[in-house]
Design a protein around this ligand. Structure first.
Ligand SMILES: *Cc1c(COP(=O)(O)O)cnc(C)c1O
Length: 407
């Protein structure tokens, strides 16, 4: 990946605490390229209007831009039709939509919902709530030492009682990639649906929802170079057709009477209220940007960086790295001795290196790892080997600092 990519991200061109910024927190949110920022600016300077109703020129431009973004996203993840793409605020909202609409209609007492212990809180709590409401039970596919799951364990956990399997394609903490296609086949054999949390996969891998044969797939724009506030739910058309909306109001209606109303067809019946128009425009621009570079090139670049980071970081004594060895995505989670990760991150920040420290919205996984929190470096297309070197140098400084402090 050439260095001109980095130059397309204006925010990266600044000093933090006297050092050029090294941004290693893309798993929390990605930075935005000039192309996306310009698309937002253009939209607000030229096309802004409400969608699906204006007879005037701006109204139709805004509608074209909004629906055009839906088409781009449908192609990007290889959905069969734009009817299968519901715009949401992000992954969290999309997962909640499935849990609160599909959930109560299809899950009852004694049924089972299957998860893993490494799910993000957003792919855990909606199912806890659904289980409480319906009397269903949550079951967890056990984790191996390195955070992977096995298909044998999945076969044992998913049964004829299972109604929903909900799992991340890629873990935001461990960098583990799950075998979604195989899990989908197991779920389907038992008459269950599979809901895929794609917040960490969509930015980094080529995603094909038809090939994965997942029933629902969720994503967040802000983790893939688009603005905050836009994301999507993909669902197989027949499932979405049968589902009830969860938000009611303007935009999603067909005919409204005093006592009864009817809904628009897919996908609009799920998009009550003025939608996230500018966000969708930004998402469309981000998809163009990613596709110009190529998802395979992005993925290869990140795998190389992750391998390089792993190799360099493993040379630091006292550094514990969590997760599998051969990562397919650029997420490396670690702890430095028993120094609190917040302190590590503070020292790194003083060196201009931004990493995340905390539980990463995965408290059950932290318990499984027997730590309260970790530090995490996550890479994206704009990161370089030089960024890894800066991380390593800063960690060595942190180590000296804390050895001195403690000693
Ligand atoms: C970020 C993330 C989410 C939540 O996404 P939001 O954009 O905050 O809704 C869910 N799952 C995973 C794996 C994530 O990384």
């Amino acid at each position: 990946m050439n260095s001109t990519i980095r130059e397309q991200f204006p925010i990266l061109n600044q000093n933090i605490n006297g050092h050029p910024l090294v941004y290693l927190d893309s798993a929390a949110t990605s930075q935005k390229p000039r192309q996306v920022i310009d698309a937002l600016k253009h939209y607000y300077e030229w096309d802004n209007a409400n969608v699906h109703r204006g007879v005037h020129t701006l109204g139709s431009r805004a509608t074209d831009a909004y629906e055009g973004a839906r088409e781009k996203l449908a192609k990007f993840i290889n959905a069969r039709s734009t009817k299968e793409i519901i715009f949401t605020r992000g992954t969290t909202t999309a997962l909640n939509l499935v849990a609160s609409s599909y959930g109560p209609a299809n899950v009852g007492e004694g049924d089972e919902i299957v998860l893993t212990q490494m799910e993000h809180h957003s792919n855990l709590i909606p199912w806890q709530q659904l289980a409480k409401k319906t009397g269903a039970t949550l079951k967890y596919i056990p984790l191996q030492q390195d955070g992977n799951i096995t298909l044998e364990d999945a076969e044992k956990t998913i049964t004829d009682r299972t109604k929903i399997v909900a799992i991340a394609y890629v873990s935001n903490v461990m960098g583990v990639t799950h075998p979604i296609k195989e899990l989908a086949a197991i779920a389907h054999r038992h008459g269950a649906v599979i809901v895929v949390d794609g917040a960490q996969s969509t930015p980094h891998l080529k995603v094909d929802v038809q090939d994965l044969d997942c029933d629902f797939y969720t994503l967040s724009g802000h983790k893939m170079c688009a603005p905050t506030g836009i994301g999507a739910l993909y669902g197989k058309r027949a499932l979405l057709e049968a589902m009830e909306p969860v938000e009611f109001g303007g935009e999603m209606i067909d005919d409204v009477g005093l006592y009864e109303s009817t809904w628009k067809e897919l996908p609009w019946k799920f998009e009550g209220g003025t939608p996230i128009i500018a966000g969708a425009v930004g998402l469309g621009a981000a998809i163009d940007f990613l596709q110009e570079i190529g998802m395979d090139a992005i993925h290869n670049h990140e795998m190389k960086l992750a391998a390089y980071a792993e190799q360099r970081l493993s040379q630091i004594d006292d550094l514990t790295i969590y997760g599998p060895r051969n990562r397919e995505v650029g997420v490396v989670t670690f702890n430095l001795g028993d120094v609190h990760p917040h302190d590590v991150a503070t020292v790194l920040d003083a060196e201009g290196v931004a990493v995340r420290a905390g539980h990463h919205c995965c408290q059950p996984l932290m318990r499984w790892l027997q730590v309260s929190s970790t530090a995490r470096a996550s890479f994206y297309l704009y990161n370089t080997e030089e960024d890894v070197d800066r991380l390593v140098d800063a960690l060595i400084k942190a180590k000296e600092y804390f050895t001195y402090e403690l000693g």
